[in-house]
Design a binder for this molecule. Structure first.
Ligand code: G3P
Ligand code: CA
Length: 315
């Protein structure tokens, strides 16, 4: 762990060991019971508050490197998490999807077109959907050249490869199950790899891993399949709906534009499935002004492509 991560570690302890946060959007339906309305992210408003049952605190928000330090290296690659490590950040966010043969791979878009050379390597495979390519085919792709010539040859990592690398870096993981409606069984497949790589042991589950999704149903599945895991819902449910989210999620993680101090307070007023206060991490904040604003609102975490910028602004 880098020296610069001390603050983040304190906040991480608050975020994970202590709490559970949720933000809710506009639906008042019980979330997570179907793949429809309840799964859609909702607009939010927010407030920040750090809570672990010990009362309000003044900790800086935990800074989480979005898709790795993706302002400086190609997103969701090993280079991006290494860059976050180099900058001193021990929390990284990533996105996981399934290949055609069911292998969890780390990539954001449901198409490989934007961040790889799939169009060039497989010209007759439009629209280059991740779900249509085997893991072996995905492994052939260049996931770095689009970002810059210095990153040519970077690969789309499997989740297994990704976990090995961040484990080696002593980093922690905010893992997003991306587009779960496209990948039946992705929760089980993801948990299987996490277990195989030692990420479901007591230490990791208590303080080193959070699984989040825009799909409330997916978050609920993770909670039901492994109740010890800390979970997060991406979106901002209506305040009235928050208690139903608190049945299965520990965090409510909204787009920063939806966050207000009142919303953060509303989230913090609830306890999640682990009997800790719900927490809030806002995304994607890449400038000092908004980082300071989010910190002032009391968010527990800030998810950012440029973690160094956010750290400097909020320290
Ligand atoms: O972690 C929050 C953020 O990653 C959600 O949005 O589209 O960047 O995956 P997206
Ligand atoms: Ca994500």
């Amino acid at each position: 762990m880098h020296a610069g991560t001390a603050t983040a570690s304190v906040a991480a302890a608050a975020l994970l060991g202590a709490g559970t946060l949720l933000l809710s959007g506009t639906t008042a339906d019980a979330p997570g019971r179907d793949a429809g309305a309840a799964d859609r992210p909702v607009a939010a408003a927010g407030v920040r508050t750090v809570s672990d049952g010990s009362g309000p605190r003044t900790d800086d928000p935990l800074v989480i490197a979005h898709r790795g330090a993706s302002a400086y290296a190609p997103e969701n690659t090993l280079a991006a998490v290494d860059k976050a490590d180099d900058l001193g950040f021990d929390w990284v966010e990533n996105d996981v999807q399934l290949s055609r043969d069911g292998v969890p791979v780390v990539v954001h878009d449901t198409s490989l077109k934007r961040t790889t050379d799939a169009e060039e390597i497989f010209p007759d495979r439009a629209p280059w959907a991740v779900k249509d390519f085997t893991a072996a085919e995905i492994a052939r792709l260049d996931a770095g050249s689009w970002f810059g010539p210095g990153h040519a040859g970077a690969r789309v990592p499997t989740l297994q490869q990704y976990l090995v690398r961040i484990g080696r870096n002593h980093q922690n993981l905010l893992l997003e199950i991306k587009s779960p409606e496209v990948y039946p069984g992705i929760e089980q497949a993801t948990l299987r790899v996490l277990r195989q790589e030692g990420w479901l042991d007591r230490e990791h589950v208590r303080s080193r891993l959070v699984i989040q999704s825009f799909g409330a149903g997916s978050v609920r599945k993770v909670h039901e399949q492994h109740p010890d895991v800390i979970t997060g819902f991406l979106g901002a449910p209506a305040v009235a709906a928050l208690p139903s989210y608190a049945e299965f999620t520990d965090q409510i993680n909204p787009a920063y534009a939806s966050v207000t101090s009142a919303y953060v307070a509303a989230v913090h007023a609830l306890k999640g499935p682990h009997d800790k206060r719900l927490q809030v991490s806002a995304w994607t904040v890449d400038d000092a002004e908004h980082a300071v604003r989010m910190a002032g609102y009391g968010v527990d975490g800030i998810i950012t492509n440029a973690p160094d910028v956010v750290r400097e602004a909020t320290d």
